[in-house]
Design a binder for this molecule. Sequence first.
Ligand code: MN
Length: 287
Amino acid sequence: MKKVLGVYGPGSNHWVGDGFPVRNMFPSNGLKDEINPFLMLDYAGPSYFEPSKKSHGVGEHPHRGFETVTIAYQGAVEHRDSAGNAGVIFPGDVQWMTAASGVVHEEMHEKEFAKNGGTFEMIQLWVNLPKTVKMSKPRYQGITKEQIPSVDLGNDSYARVIAGELHGARGPAITFTPINLFDVRLAVGSKVELRIPEGHYTGVFVLKGDIVLNGVDSIKGEARIATLSPEGELVALEAKEDSTLLVLSGEPINEPVFSYGPFVMNTRDEIMQAVRDYNDGKMGHLA
Ligand code: MN
């Protein structure tokens, strides 16, 4: 069984642009090494937005050196980028964007959602890339709800496999290093064991609910994340009430991390180069 290393609440609450009121689940709370290869997790909402003629969101900005993964729970986000990709992320969909050598994009509330208003709830997760592919070509995976297999966990509980493998089901997301990402819903009374490979650092993020982890640690309420050791394979979850969880695991990337805002590279020089390249328009612009 994997060992629970810690349980954390959000480190900061802030707005990303005017569309994403987020609770940051790492690294602002100091959680960093125990969640390698993941760099950042923002939990936006759930928040109600009034009907609006103007779409809220975050305008043109760059990324280099990692991947952004957006998971939609409620509401919808419209995305377009300098590599020519565009799409809408609806509830149940996942966008897996590899910024790699550099992308400029915008992330806005989808027009119909903005017009009608409603509850907005999203996660954005940043996944690090190994040094060898940080400067590779950007890539875009728009993954729809229908493409994501669901593993029946009994008692009206299930896990949607976004990336990696769970109990024989494979997720559609293509990743550069071994990563698991599961959207897990547990009905009250469910007791399940997830098998996660030896060597993976693991996070169990409880969006809401009440979970007993490995028979001991209680994670109750909203926006709490537990980390587990690379040693061991099993993660035992018992739901004391209906719960929504995101389980993330991966092999750590043991390379230096130098980050500055939207750029995550290995050295300070590479960060300065990223700033110059962005300012020189080398990451492109939105049409
Ligand atoms: Mn972005």
